[in-house]
Design a protein around this ligand. Structure first.
Ligand SMILES: [Fe+2]
Ligand SMILES: [Fe+2]
Length: 146
């Protein structure tokens, strides 16, 4: 997947880039599990786990900074993803990963981006903060890029 489909774009470009990276890494993981290249599969798992923490932290930080009012429920969804990915990583380490779990995870994350993430994006847009959010994240988030 080279670009995000329109319905997944938040227009906060740093976040869109992170989201795109997730989709690329899921594909990388799936391809390497199918080819039984477990070293690459471990690598992809570790990167997804790390970028979940980075990405979730960036989103939560910007939601707080721009006083978005659904932070608690959004954080809850992020916590679910981190825990679920830990289980997937563990299964990969033990070489018993079921790829349908990766497909389910990807779909859940896509649903989150399409609904929950779109809500803060709409809020930033509605309150005139979209450009500021982009500026702040571009400056502060570059060091945290995948
Ligand atoms: Fe996100
Ligand atoms: Fe999110």
């Amino acid at each position: 997947m080279s670009i995000l489909p329109d319905y997944l774009r938040t227009e906060v470009l740093t976040f869109d880039l992170h989201h795109r990276w997730f989709l690329i890494l899921f594909r990388h993981l799936e391809d390497n599990v199918k080819a039984e290249r477990w070293g690459f599969a471990d690598w992809a798992c570790e990167k997804v786990g790390r970028y979940l923490l980075v990405h979730n932290g960036c989103e939560e930080h910007s939601m707080q900074r721009f006083q978005y009012d659904h932070i608690a429920e959004h954080k809850k969804a992020h916590t679910f993803f981190v825990r679920r990915w830990d289980q997937i990583s563990e299964a990969t380490t033990q070489r018993r990963l079921d790829l349908s779990d990766v497909a389910d995870f990807r779909q859940a994350l896509i649903d989150h981006i399409a609904s929950d993430d779109q809500r803060y994006s709409d809020y930033f847009e509605r309150t005139g903060r979209l450009l500021q959010a982009n500026n702040v994240l571009w400056r502060d988030g570059l060091a945290l890029m995948p």
